[in-house]
Design a protein around this ligand. Structure first.
Ligand code: V47
Ligand code: SF4
Length: 374
């Protein structure tokens, strides 16, 4: 497929600016923020697809990763009220839930003896729960399935639970590591631009706090992911600014595994009037992020969020990972209006989806060690 890229250099319809970007990508040079803006604003979808695919195949060939995981959303009770959030509730409000420790244990017990390699834990910021509470849950999970990788708590949840115990960030993260925390998911990043952030989630942890938590985690040996919530009131320049800040931090630590663009979904939240962007916009966004974030090893299309078909298409736009089998329900997206109300795919379905795109399906663990080739 990479032969296509050399045809680009002789394409007479491209202007100098686009040819310069193409030649940077071909010679593995970093593109600038201005280049990224051009890719968003001016270029055809086919052009970004070829460039992103070139980067993706240089890194991973046809390998397309997935993992076997399950999700636990401990609660939807949250001290914050982000405008885009469809599932948040206050204590005692209709629709609020909180699993007890026993209920969480019950969920985990179901996976004992199976081949899941990861548990993903993300939920609301419960006013009464602190680091010791969540730490002891991690410890119990590891007692039940000792080999499982615990990827848990967004920077927003961590900020709150660590402050509640009056520990420093470093102390709190080290304590959670001692309990068994293995890595941190990418949520809570939303959009780093301070004005947009104020507009859509003014109460939650600031951009600088999100970045500081991830940097501190990296410095104590906890890897993490990064997300970007796009397709709402932000402009392209805000997406580029977001990725710039991530690229800079990754230059310092090299401990981000994956970048996960999260498409804003509009149902049942107070930003619904904004609407949703098109599939073409999703594909372009994956491609630009693959090209711009040259120091991120992986770009993930989180299929429960964008749907199975767009996830499949995204494999030609720089994406090399489609997340997990997720055979438990995940409400944060089903409540925000994804087509499939109870998203789940078994291994057979995921492998079929990848193979239909003429890619090689690779089951990975959280840290991208190969578990099985299909
Ligand atoms: O930060 C909330 C997003 C995130 C909506 O690291 C919404 O592997 C779209 O952390 N439309 C949390 N998005 C999810 C998260 C995550 C997800 C997948 C993979 C990983 C990983 C981490 O969910 C929040 C927010 O950006 N979100 N509401 C909505 N209406
Ligand atoms: Fe709370 Fe997270 Fe929803 Fe914001 S997105 S209201 S922090 S659960």
């Amino acid at each position: 497929m990479n032969s296509n890229i050399f045809n680009i250099l002789t394409d007479k319809s491209l202007d100098n600016e686009q040819l310069l970007i193409a030649s940077k990508v071909i010679s593995n040079k970093r593109i600038s923020e201005k280049d990224a803006l051009t890719l968003y604003k001016k270029t055809e979808l086919g052009f970004v697809s070829v460039l992103a695919n070139y980067v993706r195949e240089n890194l991973h060939g046809d390998k397309t990763f997935f993992n076997r995981n399950f999700h636990i959303e401990p609660t939807n009770i949250c001290v914050y009220s982000c405008s885009f959030c469809s599932y948040v509730r206050k204590i005692n409000q209709k629709g609020a839930w909180e699993y007890s420790v026993d209920q969480i244990i019950e969920i985990v017990e179901k996976y004992k003896g199976t081949s899941v390699t990861e548990v993903h834990i993300v939920g609301g910021v419960h006013p009464k729960r602190d680091l010791y509470y969540y730490g002891s849950i991690i410890k119990k999970i590891k007692e039940i399935i000792p080999h499982i990788h615990v990827k848990a708590f967004t920077a927003i949840e961590l900020d709150f639970m660590i402050k509640k115990t009056k520990m420093s960030l470093k102390e709190g993260l080290l304590k959670l590591k001692e309990y068994g925390l293995d890595s941190i998911p990418g949520g809570g990043a939303e959009i780093f631009d301070e004005d947009i952030r104020k507009n859509i989630c003014d109460q939650k942890s600031t951009t600088s706090m999100w970045l500081e938590i991830h940097e501190t985690a990296h410095n104590v040996g906890i890897p993490s992911n990064a997300t970007m919530l796009y397709g709402h009131v932000e402009e392209y320049k805000h997406r580029v600014d977001h990725m710039k800040r991530l690229r800079e931090l990754q230059d310092k630590t090299s401990m981000f595994n994956t970048f996960i663009p999260l498409k804003y979904r509009k149902e049942n939240n107070s930003m619904s009037h904004v609407g949703e962007v098109s599939t073409i916009e999703d594909l372009r966004n994956y491609a630009v992020s693959r090209i711009y974030l040259d120091n991120f090893p992986h770009i993930k299309a989180y299929w429960p969020m964008i749907g199975k078909q767009t996830a499949q298409l995204s494999l030609s736009f720089g994406v090399d990972d489609i997340d997990g089998t997720i055979d438990d329900t995940t409400k944060i997206y089903s409540m925000a209006g994804v087509e499939d109300n109870s998203p789940s795919m078994n291994t057979y379905e995921i492998v079929k989806l990848i193979k239909e795109s003429k890619r090689q399906a690779i089951e990975r663990d959280t840290l991208y060690n190969i578990v099985k080739k299909y």
